[in-house]
Structures are given as structure tokens and as C-alpha cells.
Design a protein around this ligand. Structure first.
Ligand SMILES: Cc1cc2nc3c(=O)[nH]c(=O)nc-3n(C[C@H](O)[C@H](O)[C@H](O)COP(=O)(O)OP(=O)(O)OC[C@H]3O[C@@H](n4cnc5c(N)ncnc54)[C@H](O)[C@@H]3O)c2cc1C
Length: 500
């Protein structure tokens, strides 16, 4: 049976939208459906972590995200008549290797809108008001039934359809874990008169039932959180919310634009793949919002899966798609544990549980030891196969830092030292799938299109270079291989696993 499209993506939240954008720039034929009548309108996931900002930079939307977002204010903990300032996030200075080191405060509706505008520029119309009703798959593709009655035949189907994922359920994938029905938080977007916008206000209450109000950038609004009592049925009309907030804080709340009751689910799917069907984002893992990881982990899922689908559709081995679960499931399992730990701290009213550290930034995440990054592979002084490829200043045609050279859907090969550089013309890369861009990295530039000048020595320092070496960077910015001898054969073996 012929295929109408390459990939049907279900769910136009941040994860489905990021995935669709990545695949469109690989020239795949994509459709993106969402059962909601329009884009999501609340502030829900408001923390964009440093690694996600790097993904947004690669997709070309980071400037918009920075323009529409802001920095996280200090917490202001209201203890009777005094307000104690408390730094939840340490501020980091940008470094050559980590250009965007701090979490960005950006309401989810704006993140979604930025990605939707990108999709529009890439020529995709999101099909709102269209739900996935079911699908069947065979060895050659997936036939999905949509609520419009249409049947769509695609090579692959990805469920980025949130925690209640219809794709996950239809694929029969178990979602192991727990939901604590008694623990709920009411989330509200509203304006508060007379409250300083310089603090994320927290009013502690007995039993961890705090009230919080975080100012949302470039607006008059706050995101409010009311941790509810187990038996409580909250009233969410504006008058009731205003009365409740006034009785707790003495302040006036008005102009409510969004409300939601959140239950901390802690679940992870047993498999990320069922044949030609994949799940990503909340469809694959849900956890507490503590640590601002959900959206970020989901966008990283999309970034890991997009290039693999592109390569396999172009003819790369199917095993590349198995590496999606092998690389991403351990990350989600770890996030689940960490966010549960931070959330439990709120119950115990531990100030330490309000501290966010390095792990949350997702910069140090590595796929070391996974199927694409054997633990016994060659390492440099600073990097191993599977690690994030850091940024570093350098100069070349249209390039003033390594991230400029990496930006786009291609693989990048950096050659250091005369022997490694000399092998570049001998290395074979297939015509199909993602392109390979090769650069000779030298201390002085020679103006050549495929040369990068490391005049400050920062590239060599950050990449831990001590001798002749080839470093392959995957399209998602992780180190695909480090080759220090047997150049052509070593490179051919790597290419065989990643390319058609
Ligand atoms: C209170 C709260 C605070 C949070 N704070 C943070 C934070 O600070 N940082 C962070 O990273 N994360 C946070 N999260 C988590 C974050 O909101 C989610 O992880 C994120 O929205 C997941 O994105 P997604 O694209 O996977 O799913 P969603 O955003 O849920 O999108 C799924 C989409 O699929 C559509 N859909 C569902 N079923 C179907 C169907 N059958 N057919 C077609 N379409 C369908 C839905 O309409 C929806 O648009 C928070 C969550 C909550 C509740």
C-alpha cells in the first residue's frame, strides 16, 4: 500500500510541534493533528532549561523565546509580616561551552506559539479539531483513523498526545506508576493588584499546602498555585478564587484567564516503540512539575527521535530507531526520581527542596554506554562518545562559534591535526539522508569553506584535543564517534549504523 505521508504526529503541544519542525527541515512529509480546537492557552510549563534553549537555537527560534521570556525572580517567602528572599536557581555566567546557562521563564502558551509560528514558516498547517481515533499497523506502515473520518497511511506514527495518550493506549503500552488523587494543586493565571513582580511569592501553610504566585514576564499576570486539601473540591470561578486569595493574602486577584487542577502522576511507559509507532513527551513519562523537567524532557525526546526517523526513512538501519528508547527512557526514569524527590521536599517544608541544581539544566546529560556510544570507545581529555558536543568560539565561513557550524539537520565532522585532516577526502558518506559537513580545525584560518580557525585555542581546550582525531557530531548535538586511527574503516563502520 502506498504511503500518503512519512510521519503522522499526534498532538501539537511543545513536543509534537518540535518534532514536526525537526522533520520538516529534513524534507519529510509530515502531518500534525490535535484534537483541541486551538493552541493551549495557559502558562503551565514555564521553565525552559538551558539544553532546551540550545535545541531552540538549532531550530532558529531562540531569539523569539528570549524576547518573550524573562529571568526567574528570587523567591519571596512570606512569613507573617516579613518576606524572606530565597534563591531557587543559582545564576550562572555564560561560558564559551555553555552559552545559555540559565533557565528561561516562558509560559507554555508562548513556547507553543513560537513553535507553531515556526511550523507555519516551514509550510505546515496544524490540523486543530482533529483527533486520532485509532490505528492499525503492519510491516510496511500505519493506517490511522481520524475523527474527521479520514484514514491516513503513513510510514510511522508518533504519539505526542500528552499524559492521556490515545496512541500509547491503542499501542497497548503499559504506563507503570501511580497517581495520587488526594494530592492536587490548583493552577490559575490571573492579575494581582499591588503585588511586587520582583519575587516569586510563596505563602507557606500547614502540611505543605502553600500558595504561590510567580510573575509571568512581559505581562501583568501571575501563575498562581494553591495546593489543595485531600477532600477539597475547589471553586474555580473568578469571584471564589478572588475571595480565597484575599482571605489568604489580603490581596485582590482579578482577570482570571486560565485554571487547571493538577494531580502529580508519576508514570513511565514500558516501551517507547511498538513497531512503527512511537511515544514522546508526556505520552511516555509524566512526573511532578517540581524541577521544571516535563516539557524539557519531552522536547529532548523529539530532538532525539526526529533525525533517527529521517535517517531510517532514507534507508539507515532500523536498529537506529531502537536507540530512541535505549537513550531516552533512562533519562526519563532519572527525571521521575529527581522530580519526585524535590516534590516530596515541599511536603516536608524543606527549604532545600526549593533549590534547583545542575542536573535540572540537562546540560550534563550524556548517552554514554548506550547503543550508539559504546563505553569502551575512544575518549578525548574532556569528552566521550555520547556526551553533549559543547559550544566554543572559532571562525569560518558564516561561523563564529561551533554551534553555528552545527545548526541545521546535518551531521558535522571535525578533524584535528594533519593526519586526521588529510583523511577527510577519503571518507565516504552516502548521498541519501542527512548531509555530512566536514571541517578541518586549525589554529589559523586559511579562508577555505571547510576550515575552522581555532585562534584562541578554546576549541582544542574544550574538546580536550591532545593529538590527531576525528570527532563526529550527531544532528542532535551529541558526539557520535571519536576516531584516532584506522580512519577510513573506523568512519565507514560508524556511518553504516547511522546513515543509509
Ligand atoms: C502545573 C504544571 C506545571 C508544569 N511546569 C512545568 C515546567 O515548569 N517545566 C516543564 O518542563 N514542564 C512543566 N510541566 C509539564 C508540562 O506541561 C508537560 O510536560 C508538557 O506540556 C508536555 O508536552 P507534550 O507536548 O508532551 O504534551 P501536551 O502539552 O499535553 O500536548 C499534548 C497535545 O495532544 C493533544 N491530544 C491529546 N489526545 C489527542 C488525540 N487523541 N488526537 C489528537 N490530539 C490529541 C492535546 O490536545 C494536546 O494539545 C508542568 C505541568 C503542569 C501540569
Amino acid at each position: 500500500m502506498t504511503h500518503d505521508i512519512d510521519v503522522l504526529v499526534v498532538g501539537a503541544g511543545p513536543v509534537g510541534s518540535a518534532l514536526a519542525a525537526d522533520m520538516l527541515r529534513r524534507d519529510l512529509r509530515v502531518r500534525l493533528i490535535d484534537k483541541a480546537p486551538h493552541a493551549f492557552e495557559g502558562s503551565r510549563a514555564k521553565g525552559v532549561q538551558p539544553r532546551t534553549q540550545e535545541v531552540f537555537e538549532d531550530l532558529g527560534v531562540l531569539a523569539e523565546a528570549h524576547a518573550e521570556g524573562g529571568t526567574y525572580p528570587l523567591l519571596g517567602i512570606h512569613l507573617g509580616p516579613i518576606t524572606v528572599p530565597w534563591r531557587m536557581q543559582r545564576r550562572y555566567e555564560p561560558t564559551p561551552e555553555v552559552p545559555h546557562p540559565n533557565i528561561l521563564l516562558l509560559p507554555q502558551s508562548r513556547t507553543d506559539a513560537i513553535l507553531h509560528r515556526l511550523l507555519d514558516r516551514l509550510g505546515l498547517r496544524i490540523e486543530f479539531g482533529v483527533a486520532l481515533e485509532g490505528f492499525e499497523q503492519d510491516g510496511d506502515g500505519v493506517t490511522a483513523t481520524l475523527s474527521s473520518g479520514e484514514r491516513v497511511r503513513s510510514k510511522y506514527l508518533v504519539g505526542a498526545d500528552g499524559g492521556g495518550s490515545a496512541v500509547r493506549k491503542s499501542a497497548g503500552l503499559q504506563f507503570a506508576g501511580e497517581t495520587d488523587q488526594s494530592d492536587r494543586t490548583l493552577i490559575v493565571d490571573a492579575t494581582i493588584d499591588g503585588l511586587s513582580r520582583k519575587r516569586w511569592h510563596v505563602w507557606p501553610r500547614p502540611g505543605g499546602r502553600f500558595v504561590g504566585a510567580c510573575p509571568l514576564p512581559h505581562s501583568e499576570q501571575f501563575q498562581l498555585m494553591f495546593r489543595l486539601k485531600p477532600e477539597e473540591a475547589p471553586e474555580v470561578d473568578e469571584a471564589a478564587l478572588a475571595a480565597r486569595f484575599h482571605s489568604l493574602t489580603g490581596l485582590r486577584l482579578r482577570d482570571v484567564t486560565w485554571t487547571s487542577v493538577f494531580r502529580p502522576n508519576i508514570r513511565i511507559v514500558e516501551h517507547y516503540r511498538a513497531g512503527r509507532v512511537f511515544v514522546a513527551g508526556d505520552a511516555a513519562h509524566v512526573h511532578t512539575p517540581a524541577g521544571a523537567q516535563g516539557l524539557n524532557t519531552g522536547v529532548q525526546d523529539a530532538y532525539n527521535l526526529g533525525w533517527k526517523l529521517g535517517q531510517v526513512i532514507a534507508g539507515a538501519p532500523d536498529s537506529l530507531l531502537d536507540s530512541y528508547e535505549a537513550e531516552r527512557r533512562p533519562v526519563a526514569a532519572r527525571v521521575l526520581g529527581r522530580s519526585t524527590e524535590l516534590y516530596a521536599g515541599l511536603d516536608q517544608r524543606k527549604l532545600a527542596s526549593l533549590k534547583r541544581g545542575d542536573e535540572e539544566r540537562q546540560i550534563g546529560l550524556s548517552y554514554r554506554g548506550g547503543p550508539l556510544a559504546p563505553a569502551d570507545g575512544l575518549a578525548t581529555k574532556t569528552l566521550q562518545v555520547g556526551d553533549r558536543a559543547p559550544d566554543a568560539p572559532c571562525t569560518g565561513p558564516g561561523v563564529s562559534r561551533l554551534f553555528d557550524a552545527y545548526r541545521g539537520p546535518h551531521f558535522t565532522l571535525l578533524a584535528f591535526g594533519p593526519t586526521a585532516i588529510g583523511t577527510l577526502p577519503e571518507l565516504a558518506w552516502p548521498d541519501g539522508g542527512a548531509e555530512l559537513r566536514c571541517y578541518a580545525v586549525r589554529s589559523e584560518g586559511d579562508g577555505d569553506q571547510s576550515s575552522l580557525a581555532d585562534t584562541t585555542g578554546q576549541v582544542a581546550r574544550i574538546y580536550g584535543i591532545t593529538g590527531d582525531v576525528l570527532i563526529l557530531i550527531r544532528p542532535d548535538g551529541y558526539i557520535g564517534n571519536i576516531i584516532g586511527s584506522d580512519w577510513s574503516a573506523g568512519f565507514a563502520a560508524t556511518a553504516k549504523g547511522l546513515a543509509p
